[in-house]
Design a binder for this molecule. Structure first.
Ligand code: G6P
Length: 615
């Protein structure tokens, strides 16, 4: 949460920073701000609202200078307003700072600083840090460099941070540090970039350094990039080559990123399987976990830890692994898991699922599991992300950048990778027959093509959306492996259209939600033809008997549900274990159209952020 961009070089810093902030708005959009140095003064502009509001505000201001820092905020301490916006300045206005994370001991520090005469303008934890830096620097009577002052200040800080500091008295340096919040340094020709992820720098450089936890960096055009730990150990920067393409960060003719990402799924699922699956050779191979394959095969238990949509992917994974690999699975909300004193031992394998690879709770959960000796496997989308670097092994989902805050293609890519993993482990364990294994490989390979046909339902789904767009509530029902699909369908609707929606296992409906059903209530049901089909049909009858409206996802050619449902969406027949990969997509489209019809901000729903780096 919160996005940071900074630049030092020869170009106009403002242009790079504003463009970068727009790319990082998925991290929060409560307010935005910049601090720009034009060799004479340090100009700070900040505004409540989106980056576009900041641009309008800055329209007639001085934006010159080739060094600057910028921020887009997801509010934690203090409401979203101009004063609480970043950058924050020191009392003497010599330094400005942008911050992503939470300074947990800010109240104590603030109290002490106040007693020593500091006056604060904002409600934020961030302002406390820049005052602390100022005090350490000033007290040293310039015997310390600003870099050293920041380093010493960070030793007094408890909490999470990615920060960048700019110095009014030296328009030739930026100081950056990270702990539990991401920060990437981009190295160009005579220029440096800093950002919460690599997207703001991709058109300028492919060479990046991912700062590690507890590292502090000094960036200067004269002395280059120097990295130390906060504990004062020199570090040698390790330069990674970015594999990101500019066009993947643009809307490509679609009205919204979310729609583009929904439509990308045949390709992104294909990319998740590329080089890993070949049905003609009976082959599934995930290179990233190969060295730990035996450990997973021998695991007494798998524990999936994740949040949000990724947690739903974990639930699908539970069905896949228990069925195909016969390993007991627990699926945990990362935030609950870590505070429960869970029983973990060395025979456990913890699988962390995360699109961003930065979710604070998931990160903390795997750190804890690692300390207790479990093997940690990652399933992440963002290459080089914190989770991917902390795990023992893992598989990237390769879905490409997902920019819409509501997750779509990342989910189906996670489910694809989980399917490949379960197949690989099941095969190795001998818990799946060769015949079933081969059949599933063929089916999985055909999913992208089948998904193309699901996407042709768009106009049907748009009509359904227009019928139910004014509903206040919605219920989503599914059984077995489609229960998580119901949860995900409900989450998508509430996230972006603000309609209250709940997902339930279809059979549980009669233990509560049935009381809500009346002629106003749309009930979305996954009623595809598999082992629980008959039971789901009965559940649909129960809804109809109470005058509820039923919108069903059915298998092409189905007759029974077609007759009783008010609306239906037909998807191609596939193996029941693979239905989630197809059935999720109509629900994504439905939520999208409802949200557009309700004039909601589809890509940036209120109060949400995509990369949740606070606990
Ligand atoms: C936020 C996002 C969700 C995402 C969840 C977990 O809530 O809005 O789309 O599913 O975080 O994020 P992760 O990056 O760990 O998958």
């Amino acid at each position: 949460m919160c996005g940071i961009v900074a630049y030092i070089g020869k170009q106009t810093a403002y242009d790079i920073i504003i463009k970068g902030l727009k790319r990082l708005e998925y991290r929060g959009y409560d307010s935005a701000g910049v601090a720009l140095h034009n060799s004479k003064s340090l100009n700070v502009y900040k505004k409540k609202g989106k980056v576009a509001d900041l641009e309008t505000f800055i329209d007639d201001k001085d934006i010159s200078g080739s060094i600057g820092i910028g921020h887009t905020r997801w509010a934690t301490h203090g409401p979203p307003n101009d004063i609480n916006s970043h950058p924050h300045q020191s009392g003497n206005k010599d330094f400005a700072l942008v911050h992503n994370g939470i300074i947990e001991n800010y109240a104590v520090l603030k109290e002490e600083l106040t007693q020593r005469g500091h006056q604060f303008l904002s409600d934020t934890d961030t302002e406390v840090l820049i005052h602390l830096i100022e005090e350490i620097y000033t007290n040293s009577k310039k015997s310390l460099t600003l870099f050293e002052a920041v380093r010493i200040a960070l030793n007094e800080v408890i909490g999470a941070y990615a920060i960048v500091v700019i110095n009014k008295n030296n328009p030739n340096e930026l100081i950056a540090a990270r702990k539990s919040s991401p920060l990437v340094v981009g190295i160009g020709e005579g220029e440096f970039f800093l950002a919460s992820d690599a997207t703001p720098m991709v058109e300028f450089t492919k060479n990046v350094v991912y700062l590690e936890d507890g590292e502090i960096a000094h960036l200067s055009l004269e002395t280059g990039l120097k990295i130390k730990t906060v504990a004062n150990q020199e570090k040698t920067p390790y330069i990674h080559e970015l594999e990101m393409h500019l066009e993947t960060l643009e809307k490509g003719g679609f009205d919204h990123f979310m729609l583009k990402e929904i439509y990308e799924q045949p390709q992104s699922i294909h990319d998740s399987m590329r080089g890993r699956l070949r049905s003609s050779k009976s082959m599934v191979s995930l290179g990233g976990i190969k060295d730990y394959e035996e450990k997973i095969v021998q695991a007494k238990r798998l524990i999936f830890v994740a949040c949000g949509t990724s947690w739903h992917a974990g639930l699908v994974g539970e069905y896949l692994f228990e069925d195909l690999a016969r390993i007991p699975v627990e699926v945990e909300y990362a935030s609950e898991f870590r505070y429960r004193n869970p029983i973990i031992n060395e025979d456990d394998v913890v699988i962390a699922i995360s699109q961003s690879g930065e979710t604070a709770d998931t990160l903390a959960a795997i750190k804890m599991a690692k300390e207790k000796g479990a093997t940690i496997v990652g399933i992440c989308n963002v290459v080089g992300s914190s989770i991917s670097r902390l795990t023992d092994c893992g598989s990237y989902t390769h879905a490409g950048p997902e920019i819409g805050v509501a997750s779509t293609k990342a989910f189906t890519a996670q489910v694809t990778v989980l399917t490949l993993m379960a197949l690989m482990i099941g095969k190795k364990k001998g818990t799946i027959t060769n015949q079933r294994f081969n059949r599933l490989l063929v089916e999985l390979e055909s999913i992208p093509e089948k998904l193309e046909s699901v996407l042709t339902l768009d106009s049907v789904i748009k009509k359904i959306a227009s019928t139910y767009k004014d509903s206040s509530n919605a219920l989503y029902l599914g059984r077995g492996i489609n229960f998580p699909v119901a949860l995900e369908g409900a989450l998508k609707l509430k996230e972006i259209s603000y309609i209250h929606a709940e997902g339930y296992p279809a059979a549980e409906m009669k233990h509560g939600p049935i009381a809500l059903i009346d002629e106003e209530m749309p009930v979305f049901v996954i009623a595809t033809q598999d082992t629980s089909y008959e039971k789901v049909v009965s559940n649909i009858q129960e809804v109809k008997a109470r005058k509820g409206k039923v919108i069903a996802i059915i298998t092409k050619g189905d007759k029974d549900v077609k007759e009783i449902a008010d609306h239906y969406m037909e998807i191609p027949l596939t193996d029941s274990l693979l239905v989630p990969l197809l059935a999720t997509v109509p629900f994504q489209l439905l939520s999208y159209h409802v949200a557009v019809m309700r004039e909601c901000n589809v890509d940036q729903p209120r109060n949400l952020a995509k990369s949740v780096t606070v606990e």
